[in-house]
Design a binder for this molecule. Structure first.
Ligand code: ZN
Length: 336
């Protein structure tokens, strides 16, 4: 809002009177401002930059080039360093949170959450989440001999990371007036079906580290299993319960952006994913954008060796990232 400059006065006797009126006016304006929501102040409308399909694909394929990203492998460490360096190149403040993870047959494996802050000094913040590790085993693979082999994790791992990195790239060239925390969880995908808590080890660790009195992001979005061929995204139940208003707004925005065929207006059951701990422990209302079939079950590639580059549709991938990018830029100008 532009401030009005009062014209100068030459009639001296009128000055005290005008001064009193001026102060009274200021007090009146001040009290009005307190009563009104600050969000009603007019703001410059942010232009939502365009997600580049090929850029997102480069981020995805680069991760596959490191091999599997199971904690404790060389590919895992190489990917960690590449994610950190890429984020720094896009101007983020990067913090690495190390912890030990025990999973399946492995004990106390060094694991790393990567936390990148864009605009670290902004008070108003939102958060985007993904997991960057890939699964040690392929228990759903139809080939018995391959069940014990680690999966490539193109959809399950690389896609969400590609989304966050593409948004970091866009944020550097198209700055926003909001803080954006990009959090890459490790050791999400090493669980077993007999123990719910064996999944999402990185997000459990991170969520416990978010202090009670810390200024938290207003809300979060988790990207997991995005960009597969023919993928659709239904409204997951934990997200609906913990962050229903935000979930509804994302799906409405997607519909306005002509992506209602992907963001379908259907409900599915609970999925144990990183957002569960971000919601329940960190206390940040967070929505999971995750592909399932309309039945709520995962697609055929899930936890098999078919979760490779061939499973990806770069247009589907870019479309999801574009919707999330729009949420970020609209949050910046308070129009989300
Ligand atoms: Zn998985």
């Amino acid at each position: 809002m532009e401030k009005k400059v009062l014209p100068g006065h030459t009639n001296n006797w009128r000055t005290p009177l005008l001064f009193v009126a001026f102060i009274a006016g200021l007090l009146f304006l001040h009290s009005c401002k307190n009563e009104k929501d600050k969000a009603s102040e007019p703001m410059e409308k942010a232009i939502v930059p365009k997600v580049e399909e090929d850029s997102a694909m480069v981020f995805l394929e680069k991760q596959l080039s490191f091999g599997v990203r199971v904690p404790g492998t060389a590919g895992h460490l190489a990917t960690r360093d590449w994610i950190i360096n890429t984020l720094k190149r896009y101007g983020a403040d990067v913090e690495v949170q190390e912890f030990k993870a025990s999973f399946l047959t492995k004990k106390d494996v060094p694991s790393f959450n990567i936390i990148a802050r864009m605009n670290p000094d902004e008070d108003r913040r939102i958060a985007l989440f993904a997991h960057w590790d890939t699964r040690l085993i392929a228990e759903k693979d139809p080939d018995e001999a391959k069940k014990s082999q680690p999966i490539p994790g193109a959809v399950d791992g690389a896609s969400g990371v590609a989304g966050l990195l593409e948004i970091a790239r866009l944020l550097q060239s198209n700055p926003v007036k909001i803080g954006v925390d990009l959090v890459f969880f490790d050791a999400e995908d090493q669980g077993n079906d007999t123990n719910n808590q064996s999944w999402c080890l990185g997000s459990q660790y991170w969520s416990k580290s978010v202090a009670e009195n810390e200024k938290k992001p207003e809300f979060g979005i988790l990207l997991d299993l995005i960009g597969a061929k023919g993928a659709t995204y239904s409204k997951e139940e934990i997200s609906a319960r913990m962050a229903g208003t935000i979930q509804d707004k994302i799906w409405q925005l997607a519909s306005v952006m002509n992506k209602g065929n992907m963001f379908v207006n259907a409900q599915i059951g609970q999925i144990m994913d990183d957002h569960f701990y971000v919601n329940t422990i960190a206390g940040i209302p967070t929505v999971d954008i995750i592909e399932t079939k309309p039945s709520g079950y995962f697609a055929e590639y899930h936890h098999t060796h078919n979760d490779n580059a061939d499973a990806i549709d770069k247009n589907n991938l870019a479309s999801v990232i574009q919707v999330v990018t729009a949420v970020v830029y609209k949050s910046s100008d308070k129009s989300f």
